[in-house]
Design a protein around this ligand. Structure first.
Ligand code: ATP
Ligand code: MG
Length: 191
């Protein structure tokens, strides 16, 4: 599961847990992005903070792990590189790329889409506020993409950052350890 995770929140964790259970996956690897090319318009927190918050959030689940492949690669993150690196680290493994409805819609605008489908099965999770465009759904190769309805959690990292900037709590939107990490490092206090 790729993401900026700035910060990781319970929407991410529920999506990962639902997909793990649905496909009976051995492991869900969270992969914080390096410099995300879609988000050049805003300052993303240091990769090391995003990585450590993801480690904290996933540590208690024996099936969840966190990978450094994207943050240790220089330059903008492209999913094709993520999948190639994960495939090289895990030969003989069937890869599933978990993503939310908004990111899935973007996927079809990416370069190398056909190569992506060769490397992984794509799983799109419903996300409150994002309707899948029916014309886009018609173009999806059904054997390589599964859409899954997950319990709706109307949480976004943007909302968590904005709440912090306004001095509002993020308790229960993100895991307790992440609340404490954010406070300890004074993240997101200026918007
Ligand atoms: P931002 O607001 O900064 O864009 P975000 O909450 O969208 O953050 P990302 O790190 O961009 O989080 O998301 C990583 C992946 O998780 C994306 O594929 C996104 O669609 C999915 N996702 C994020 N929040 C939810 C949610 N509440 N329910 C389902 N999927 C989600
Ligand atoms: Mg997002």
């Amino acid at each position: 599961m790729g993401g900026t995770f700035d910060p990781i929140h319970h929407g991410h964790l529920v999506a990962a847990s639902e997909v793990q259970s649905w496909f009976d996956l051995d492991e869900v690897t969270f992969v914080p992005t390096g410099q995300p090319w879609q988000k050049v318009d805003r300052d993303v927190s240091a990769a090391e903070h995003r990585y450590l918050m993801t480690v904290v959030a996933t540590a208690s689940n024996p099936r969840f792990t966190t990978s450094r492949v994207d943050i240790d690669r220089d330059g903008p993150t492209y999913t094709i590189d993520t999948l190639r690196d994960l495939a090289a680290e895990n030969p003989e493994t069937d890869l599933y790329f978990i993503t939310g409805a908004d990111a899935l819609a973007q996927l079809f605008t990416w370069r190398d889409v056909d190569q992506l489908f060769e490397l992984a099965h794509f799983v799109g999770c419903t996300r409150p506020g994002y309707e899948m465009d029916p014309s886009m759904l018609a173009t999806i190769p059904r054997e390589r993409v599964t859409l899954i309805e997950i319990p709706a959690l109307s949480i976004s990292s943007t909302d968590c950052r904005n709440r912090r900037a306004k001095g509002e709590p993020v308790w229960y939107l993100v895991p307790d350890g992440v609340v404490q990490y954010i406070a300890k490092h004074d993240l997101y206090t200026s918007a």
